[in-house]
Design a protein around this ligand. Structure first.
Ligand code: SAH
Length: 345
């Protein structure tokens, strides 16, 4: 098949428009081969703690946007977050992902205390943050407190498209600035985008791939857009599994050692969505560790799966899915290949 790494924006867009055309099968096989080469059959787990659904932003696609008055708001305090980590540790998680809306309650001081307390209580675990856009100084303080990874999806690398997905106070330039700051500070950085978001064209997706090639992130979260009824995009259609699989496989070929999650959104779209994405080159799963009573409130999109399950159920459900697909769920921090030495030392 043709080398994606040599394609122009137009050629990539054309490839995407045709869903890979006659080269699709070969692409998926190549993606799987490259994943095996970088990470073998290992699939890494991250325990996801959705610790606040307050948000000061108004992203048009997101169910926890500020103006969604139907969202029932909650936040977990430090002790509750630590309890989640304790349970997660017992279940075999060695990475905790703290994700939330951009909640002004969580000042640098508060977050620093939380990160530090997790770092002290669970020295063998990786701490990942996913708290949106902050100042460089803030990212630095949280890094110094012990967080070593940060997930901030870029959402779309096309400036015009960015403005179609976000209100005018949110700027693509700032998003990009955050990602480069995180990289420079030394975080393992995760970017990413939604597949099939409103107004997205194959050219936008080509821009995403080219941007990611430039950024060289350690992780990339790719999931389908799924409408949430109380948002301005509530009546748009969802992205497709077919296109999500294509983008995962293309990305694996373009960034062979990247960590790629099979997202909850893809599992929401299709009961076997995560399995299919794993077979196309993904190698990370992020089961939910949040307390069951808050799960239903972190509704980024409609019909989100696993909102009624206990953390232990999610853990064993995902293990079965991974193993039935022919991979191995690992109890391991699951660092990016290039970052393993620092931990071993
Ligand atoms: N506030 C944090 C976390 C946001 S939620 C941040 O800004 O990074 C995590 C991700 O969920 C978002 O980056 C977005 O890509 C995704 N998401 C939000 N709404 C969605 C929807 N309707 N469908 C699919 N994914 C969505």
């Amino acid at each position: 098949m043709r080398d994606l790494n040599r394609m122009t924006r137009e050629e990539l867009a054309d490839f995407i428009r045709k869903n890979g055309g006659t080269e699709r099968q070969e692409l998926i096989e190549e993606s799987n081969r490259l994943r095996l080469l970088s990470y073998g059959r290992d699939v890494y787990t991250r325990g996801l703690i959705e610790f606040t659904n307050y948000c000061k932003n108004n992203c048009y696609y997101c169910g926890i946007r500020k103006d969604n008055h139907n969202a029932e708001r909650y936040r977990l305090i430090q002790e509750q977050i630590l309890e989640c980590c304790q349970l997660g540790w017992q279940l075999g998680y060695r990475t905790f992902v703290l994700q939330g809306g951009e909640d002004p309650y969580f000042t640098d001081d508060r977050l620093e205390r939380i990160v530090h307390s997790i770092r002290t209580a669970f020295p063998d675990c990786a701490i990942t943050l996913s708290l949106g856009e902050r100042s460089r100084e803030s990212y630095q303080r949280l890094y110094d407190a012990g967080a070593e990874r940060y997930l901030l999806r870029h959402e779309t690398a096309n400036d015009i498209h960015y403005r179609q997905l976000h209100p005018k106070e949110m700027l693509w330039d700032n998003r990009r600035r955050c990602l480069w700051d995180l990289r420079e500070i030394g975080y393992q950085v995760g970017a990413g985008f939604m597949v099939g978001s409103p107004f997205q064209t194959p050219e936008c997706l080509a821009d995403d791939l080219l941007f990611l090639k430039e950024l060289q992130p350690h992780m990339v979260g790719i999931g389908p857009f799924i409408p949430q009824k109380d948002t301005p995009f509530g009546s748009y259609s969802a992205g497709t599994l077919e296109q999500t699989i294509l983008m995962v496989a293309m990305l694996r070929v373009m960034l062979p050692a990247v960590l790629l999650p099979a997202t909850t959104a893809v599992g929401t779209l299709d009961p076997l969505g995560r399995e299919k994405v794993l077979k196309a080159g993904a190698n990370v799963v992020m089961p939910n560790l949040s307390p069951v009573d808050v799960r239903k409130k972190y509704l980024l999109y409609d019909n989100k799966i696993c909102t009624g399950d206990e953390a232990a159920e999610c853990r064993f459900c995902i293990q079965g899915r991974v193993e039935r697909t022919g991979y191995t769920l690992t109890v391991d921090r699951g660092d990016h290949k290039d970052r393993r030495v620092s931990y071993a030392n």
